[in-house]
Design a protein around this ligand. Structure first.
Ligand SMILES: CC(=O)CC(=O)SCCNC(=O)CCNC(=O)[C@H](O)C(C)(C)COP(=O)(O)OP(=O)(O)OC[C@H]1O[C@@H](n2cnc3c(N)ncnc32)[C@H](O)[C@@H]1OP(=O)(O)O
Ligand SMILES: NC(=O)C1=CN([C@@H]2O[C@H](COP(=O)(O)OP(=O)(O)OC[C@H]3O[C@@H](n4cnc5c(N)ncnc54)[C@H](OP(=O)(O)O)[C@@H]3O)[C@@H](O)[C@H]2O)C=CC1
Length: 291
């Protein structure tokens, strides 16, 4: 199937990054969100990130302007019905995602491919509640989308080869690299990355190190570009906790139990960068550790 138009559900940090790279690659993009503010912030963020790429000579001004012109927004989910490919990038909660697909289904073209950018939730289960499990798969970008090279492609039990190939062709056109992952909780990247982040939170919880010493240790001692707590704030602590819960429930192994301190931060609404406070407080000039 030849994909020309992309519908993106959710205009948060992932939705805006996906819109950015899709538009730069020449696709027509329609982004929807329940929040008008999120749509406005997404367009501002994309403009800012494209501007930075122009400033650094990575993208020409003409290409950046053309990309901006290809992105439209709507608060009406069903406007996405005419898109060739839908990428759902709303909050990491299964009931939210199910409701989105349920509302979209009656408005879709018969051959529209449905995908989710979920970090962890079963693709097979999401697909089974739609009318097209063979045309449903996981399309998992990494954050920040304009920078990270990888896209995990996850086939559900029923996904057909034509759908996989069409999504792989999109990843190729983006100039990114696809990794194929089987549909088990949190797939590949988060199966490995999130227990490390959770262990960093346990290391903090048990007083083995402070926020600063844990992050410095992993940056300087293991050459990670960001410390695990800084990275958790960057991803969003709600998303990190949701992924740990999917691992814990889906694999039924106590080694995946979320750290109570991670739960406490989420309960406080300290979700990381997106709420200006998490393991660091971002409200001042420089981030200040909160423990
Ligand atoms: C949770 C999930 O389901 C899966 C996930 O995504 S897990 C998270 C995966 N992501 C990571 O692990 C990110 C780890 N961190 C990094 O790789 C780096 O810190 C980073 C790329 C984010 C920033 O790199 P840095 O060297 O510290 O900063 P900086 O020099 O400012 O940025 C490097 C480049 O990225 C760009 N960039 C940085 N942040 C960006 C953003 N949010 N959006 C767009 N571009 C961005 C910069 O413009 C710069 O571009 P050029 O190379 O073209 O000049
Ligand atoms: N953060 C990361 O590093 C990564 C996240 N992901 C996945 O991408 C998805 C999005 O994550 P992320 O962008 O970080 O999350 P954000 O919280 O930044 O954004 C989610 C957006 O979805 C909106 N939303 C919630 N419900 C609906 C709905 N019913 N219809 C339309 N929009 C809705 C939210 O609006 P409101 O705020 O008003 O509720 C918010 O704007 C998740 O599945 C996550 O697991 C994948 C890779 C990396």
């Amino acid at each position: 199937m030849d994909i020309q138009s992309i519908g993106i559900v959710g205009a948060g940090q992932m939705g805006n990054g996906i819109a950015h790279v899709m538009a730069l690659a020449g696709y027509d993009v329609l982004v929807t969100d329940v929040s008008a503010d999120a749509l406005k912030n997404a367009m501002d963020t994309i403009e800012g990130n494209l501007g930075r790429q122009v400033g650094r000579g990575k993208v020409s001004e003409a290409d950046a302007n053309a990309a901006m012109a290809r992105i439209k927004t709507t608060q009406t989910l069903t406007d996405l019905g005419q898109s060739d490919l839908i990428i759902e990038a709303a909050t990491e909660r299964e009931t939210v995602k199910q409701a989105i697909f349920e509302d979209l289904l009656p408005h879709l073209k018969p051959d529209t491919i449905l995908t989710s950018n979920t970090s962890s939730i079963s693709i097979t289960r999401l697909a089974s509640r739609t009318d097209r499990p063979e045309k449903f798969m996981g399309f998992h970008f990494m954050n920040p989308v304009p920078v990270m090279q990888l896209v995990e492609l996850i086939r559900g039990i029923a996904t057909d080869t034509e759908t996989y190939d069409a999504c792989k062709a999109v990843v190729d056109r983006l100039g990114k690299t696809a990794a194929s992952a089987e549909d088990f909780p949190a797939f590949i990247v988060n199966r490995i990355l999130m227990p490390m982040i959770n262990e960093a939170v346990y290391t903090l919880y048990e007083g083995v190190g402070s926020v600063q010493s844990i992050d410095s240790s992993m940056k300087l001692g293991a050459n990670h570009p960001m410390g695990p707590l800084e990275l958790a704030d960057f991803i969003g602590l709600d998303t990190c906790l949701a992924i740990m819960n999917v691992l814990h429930d889906g694999l039924a192994d106590t080694k995946y139990r979320p750290c109570p301190l991670l739960t406490k931060y989420v309960e406080a609404g300290w979700l990381g960068r997106k709420t200006d406070r998490g393991f660091y407080d971002y409200r001042g000039e420089v981030p200040v550790p909160t423990r």
